[in-house]
Design a protein. Structure first.
Length: 338
């Protein structure tokens, strides 16, 4: 039998209000013996407070909705872990939902989180939303009626947001290939409008321009940020005979290209120097180990939580932060200068 406050009150011969006050360590005019009796009954029958009722009474759930587009992506898995850890430290819990990178699902999931009474939302938006254009993005973000932080994406709106510097990442990845003697460099970035896709492409362009290498549209390939995306484009890249290096703007894309080549008895690394993006932990397992852009997921998660908590505690001024990334050099880039 589930023990309720009403049942405890009946067993102790007091009112429900008295039980509530005692179990919440509030002042109440009853004897010490009666207080102990109430606590003993609760302990004996393993009383658990009704969290929904407590949340309703306090107008607070101590729960934060965490919305991500692809929970199978190691980057998002690591981000969820970092956010959950930081929330737990301050007595909050993460209610995580996966949108499958589908905006219609994203809308449904956020509505459900609001209806469940979460105190705020950490939103990693879908590429599907951003592909619909800036007006659609703005309209959707304006429709969210509870405190939230836009995570790992950008917006011109005056809202709380935090992102990683994709322009810097695109530049660093391309520059290291150039420094190793590569001039014919293909880039595999996200589809038109995808989150951070254009920034990474702009960083690529900047690195080329610095050393006078012409930018060629034919070296730009677009795909979904997943294994299937890389799997689909590698055959097209191979038709460009001069290409010696490929910058994949997402590690999953790179893994898809590796998979396709393996199926045809080829080793991608024998044909191209490669730089990835996200620096998944498995990059150190491949032979050769993979040079990649590392994003500080722990810092992204921690700062996201801090910005949201500032909003929850009355700071109405929106914050916008951009975190640096760094290049992790390994063995997947051949030096053509030697």
């Amino acid at each position: 039998m589930k023990l309720t406050m009403r049942k405890i009150a009946e067993m102790a011969g007091v009112s429900v209000t008295t039980v509530s006050l005692v179990l919440n360590n509030k002042n109440v005019r009853i004897s010490k013996e009666k207080k102990n009796q109430i606590r003993d009954i609760a302990d004996e029958y393993h009383y658990v407070p009704n969290s929904s009722a407590v949340s309703l009474a306090k107008n607070k759930s101590n729960t934060i909705g965490v919305v991500v587009p692809n929970i199978n992506n190691p980057f998002y898995s690591a981000l969820i872990k970092a956010i959950s850890k930081d929330l737990e430290l301050v007595g909050y819990y993460a209610l995580t939902v996966n949108t499958d990178d589908n905006h219609a699902n994203e809308q449904i999931q956020i509505t459900q989180l609001v209806n469940r009474g979460v105190d705020g939302i950490l939103l990693v938006p879908t590429n599907d939303l951003y592909a619909q254009g800036e007006l659609s993005v703005d309209d959707f973000l304006k429709s969210i009626q509870i405190p939230f932080v836009l995570v790992n994406a950008d917006s011109d709106l005056q809202i709380n947001k935090i992102n990683l510097d994709s322009y810097e990442g695109g530049y660093l990845a391309t520059r290291t290939l150039i420094q190793n003697g590569h001039h014919e460099i293909a880039i595999v970035t996200g589809n038109e409008g995808y989150v951070n896709a254009e920034s990474r492409l702009d960083g690529y362009k900047k690195a080329l321009k610095e050393v006078g290498i012409p930018f060629l549209d034919k070296y730009v390939f677009r795909a979904k940020y997943d294994i299937e995306g890389g799997y689909a484009v590698i055959s097209e890249i191979k038709k460009l005979n001069k290409v010696t290096a490929i910058f994949f703007c997402n590690d999953l894309m790179l893994y898809g290209a590796i998979k396709k080549e393996n199926e045809h008895g080829n080793n991608l690394f024998n044909s191209y120097s490669v730089v990835g993006y996200d620096d998944s932990y498995v990059n150190e397992i491949f032979n050769p180990t993979i040079t990649s852009i590392r994003q500080d997921v722990a810092e992204l998660g921690s700062r996201s939580v801090q910005i949201l908590f500032e909003q929850l505690h009355g700071n109405s001024k929106p914050k916008s932060e951009l975190l640096h990334v760094k290049l992790i050099n390994r063995m997947s880039v051949k030096n053509l200068n030697v």
